[in-house]
Ligand binder design. Sequence first.
Ligand SMILES: [Zn+2]
Length: 356
Amino acid sequence: MAKLLTSLLFIAVLIQNAHASEKAFAVLLSYGFKADDLVTIVDKFPELKDLDVASESQQSAGEEFTQHLNLKLYSENSNDAYLISKSDSVINVDKINVDLEREVKSIEGDIRNTLFETVLKETDSQKLATIMSEAFKEDFSTTKGIKVTTLYNFQVEEFFDNGRFVKYGNIVSASLIIGRAITKKILQMNPQSFLWELMPENFDSNDKPFYAPVKSSRVSSLFQLNRRHPITRRHQPHNGVDFVAHSGSPVYPALAGEVTAISRARAKGKFITIHHDNGLITTYDHLKKFQKGLKVGMRVGLDDQIGEVGRTGFSTGAHLHFGVMKDGFYVNPLYLLKSYCFSDKDQYEGLDEAEE
Ligand SMILES: [Zn+2]
């Protein structure tokens, strides 16, 4: 008994700080149930000792402020609910299965400080804040030092019991937008852990339209929302991927399309943009020179060299910065790039066909 009382004291302290999901005991204590009541309750449903309660409702049947208490506790992790009533120190406990209504709600806003703090403030849910900050921890941690707009949005399941909000379910998709770079994740089963997680939008190989635009031994910098620029030292997203290649190496379109810009800018140096038939736009930055005769409005194919790798603009060495824009935002090119060079395509594409 002493042991139970000690743990009850501990739970009583927890009540002060707990958000959303609470242990059943903590909820019951907050409604005035006594230690003896809890013993009776656990006697009937032992799982209540450790049950995470998503929320509770007090069923008022006209009997306000009496000894009579009707409580409905919704389980966080299942569709079970427990009806617990107390009347003149007689305790009744029942377990039911509730048919919750499901809706998907979109939540969005700008990020202040960390993603965790922002989502917690918006939803009052530790669970959602944790899911979001875990899902994007590699991409983004804090707005500290970032000089561009930082936005998030996610679509989350909400469950209701007769119109009354009970709990959040899964986040089905989520995006971060930092400056003009966007990264989107959707709920998928992780093939390694077999757990459902928010993972980068999966494109199967047929949906990867682009060939690497240059023959390169390695990628030196990935698409990254949270990067300190090596030259300007400012926090700003890296809007594309950098392919390391010798100065003067030929650059090809990642896919056939129409040249929409041949220009020069302070940061990008000499750059080209190409608009493709699938609606995506690709950019090729830091070029040494443009291909002779290349004109805006010209249609280029995979075989048509468009320029040479260089280090014009803000660049620490010769490389090709390759970016992909979708619906006005830069997306991660790695999810859209075939895993082999254009020059190696015959070898790989032959294999693909053989497999089918
Ligand atoms: Zn770059």
